[in-house]
Design a protein around this ligand. Sequence first.
Ligand code: PMP
Ligand code: GLN
Length: 383
Amino acid sequence: MQFPQKHSATGTTIFTVMSALAQQYDAINLSQGFPDFPIDEGLAKLLYDAAKGNYNQYSPMPGLPMLRQAISKNFKRRYGLDVDSDAEITVTPGATYAIYAAFTAVLQAGDEVIVLEPAYDSYIPNIEMNGAKAVPVPLSAPDYSVDWRKVEQAITPKTKAIIVNTPHNPTGAIWQKDDWDALADLVRDTDIVIVSDEVYEQLVFDGEQHYSVLQHEELRARSFAIYSFGKVFNNTGWKIGYCIAPPEFTRAFRQVHQFMAFAVNTPAQYALAQHLGNEANAPVHIMMQQKRDYFLELIRQTPFTIHEAALGSYFQVASYERISDMPDMEFAQWLTKEYGVATIPVSAFYKDKKDDKIIRFCFAKKEETIKSAIERLSGLRAL
Ligand code: PMP
Ligand code: GLN
């Protein structure tokens, strides 16, 4: 049987590859991004209550009304923003799906989409699966800021969308308000749509704040903003996210969604709705900043080089320039096999597999996990 090639990323995703390797070599898994500690007990109990109660059948296609209302209230409380729970919010089976659905709603064969690299690995295949072309624009090392001149040069009459991501996976960089203003200047007088991946919006450190595309009135009118509960409540395996977009955009999004998933796991939506409304929840960024600080303190005692501390997300990139000159994929595999610590080679986030000798660590882990991982790395020596 010949299957058509739907996109250019022919191999298996790096997250599957590295997590499998970690298991095979009994390595500590700091590769794929997921917390290794339990979720809030109250949230777990709510899921049980939902299943015991009567929350086991299909929810309405856009999502349980009580969850959409809770999301709307939460955006009012945290950002002072008005979001219409009926016309602007759609609950999805995760953010990856929501990004794909947003692209599918807007793209036609031959369109171009600008992608700032390094970029989360689903973006380019998702663009290509819709018959469109990804146009990569590199971020500037070492702080991974956006070079707006390069973005401007990449825009053509075929540019249909730009996908942006703040806080950024894999680099931990965050956007300031100026970045949104620069983007608005470039897309004004065009029909370019923004897909804004903000899954790490609640993981911002050092007193910085997350600027959402929704806070930029001009850009909000042309944007899909994408979120994931997995990163807020440490339950990535629940795979529930949502998309906030203007009513016209939401209608187009739901045209796709109604025939891809139709609806999302009902008991989990119930539990999230109840939990989201609970203002006693501890903000996740405080705990995650402690983990970042602990990780940084320990990794700095090894020959890895940290050029910039992550300001957001739950990832820290590090250069191994003082340890080895192996290609990053080879280095990450060697580190897993020889030192028992799995990481992600950052070349996986580039279409052309650009290798800057940088790997990504996930620090959303118990202190003891971080400590054991760095103990294992303590035998590494500078060249
Ligand atoms: N975008 C980014 C930048 C991510 O790191 C992730 C990782 N999980 C996602 C989207 C996908 O989120 P979800 O698990 O909700 O599909
Ligand atoms: N977002 C997570 C990461 O970047 C995992 C995503 C996945 O496994 N597909 O590691």
